[in-house]
Design a binder for this molecule. Structure first.
Ligand code: AMP
Ligand code: ZN
Ligand code: FE
Ligand code: FE
Length: 278
């Protein structure tokens, strides 16, 4: 229920992604590229027999209830990709990503690190630009050995980390619902990625229309997974599990975590866009 293609910062094209999901034995796959629906059409065209495709996106959001704001990710499933306000907001965030990427590159260059913004943009191949693309430039320059290292404190994780103009999370939840979609909070307790939001905020989001929480994710410890499950039960939210597959930009494999049939049915029933079948 959560994967990335070359439409954002994954390394498989949408067509390669659906074929890989079929080979991995999955019966359902969600494509959830960062802030874009550009992968939907090529993924549907390439759908292998027996695989169902949930069309979605992962929205870059922020919660401004604390200073500085906490960045967070909202999965959105089965929404109308033509909803004008949502289309505008996604375009705005993608532009903000480019602007932030360019500023990160300027910081690196000011420290004498030879990375080039045009090369990084070219590396993203027209997809939504993210820090994994900058990580690739650091690897190409021989400065780090892996994406994981590039996200360490000396690099993109802290020293060269800059915020971007994300969508207010309450606005995002309402927009996704207005577009007929189903909003699910991605990796809400991933303390190893940085600051997380309090449970009270998640309760407020549930009241505003949040449908579910992603519990099983490689960035959650077993205790964090259990906490998210218990919170979802308290709030009447559905629970998902997913790999957040990014191809070779991460080590996790497709299908590493999966979502139960009941949660899947709730998502399908609530979404305005049909699940595509191969
Ligand atoms: P951005 O969306 O540009 O802020 O970059 C965040 C993306 O980088 C997310 O999609 C993560 O999957 C990826 N990412 C974050 N931390 C790591 C890490 N430690 N190793 C590999 N990828 C990471
Ligand atoms: Zn990503
Ligand atoms: Fe995410
Ligand atoms: Fe993701």
């Amino acid at each position: 229920m959560h994967t990335h293609s070359t439409a954002s910062d994954g390394t498989l094209s949408p067509a390669e992604l659906v074929r890989a999901a079929s080979r991995a034995g999955l019966d359902v796959l969600a494509i959830t590229d960062h802030d874009t629906t550009a992968g939907w059409e090529p993924a549907v065209r390439a759908l292998p027999p027996g695989l169902r495709l949930v069309r979605g996106a992962e929205l870059s959001c922020r919660w401004s209830g604390t200073e500085p704001a906490v960045p967070l990710h909202l999965l959105a499933y089965l929404f109308d990709p033509g909803h004008p306000e949502l289309v505008d907001e996604l375009a705005r965030v993608r532009a903000a990503r480019e602007e932030r990427g360019e500023r990160i590159v300027a910081l690196l260059r000011a420290d004498g690190i030879d990375v080039s913004w045009p090369d990084i943009l070219a590396g993203a191949g027209g997809g939504t630009v993210g820090r994994p693309h900058i990580a690739q430039a650091l690897i190409r320059a021989g400065l780090v050995g892996s994406t994981g290292e590039a996200f360490g404190p000396d690099w993109l994780g802290e020293r060269y980390r800059l915020p971007k103009e994300d969508i207010d999370v309450f606005r995002a939840v309402r927009l996704v619902r207005a577009a007929g979609g189903v909003p699910v909070f991605a990796h809400p307790r991933a303390t190893r990625r940085g600051r997380v939001v309090p449970d009270e905020l998640i309760a407020d989001l549930a009241a505003a229309g949040l449908a579910g929480l992603e519990a099983d994710h490689e960035d959650h410890s077993p205790a964090e997974q259990a906490h998210v499950r218990a919170l979802a039960a308290d709030l009447g939210l559905l629970v998902t599990g997913s790999s957040d597959f990014h191809g070779t930009h991460k080590t996790v494999q497709l299908g590493a975590f999966t979502t139960g049939a009941e949660a899947y049915e709730r998502i399908v029933d609530a979404g305005v866009t049909e699940v595509a079948s191969g």
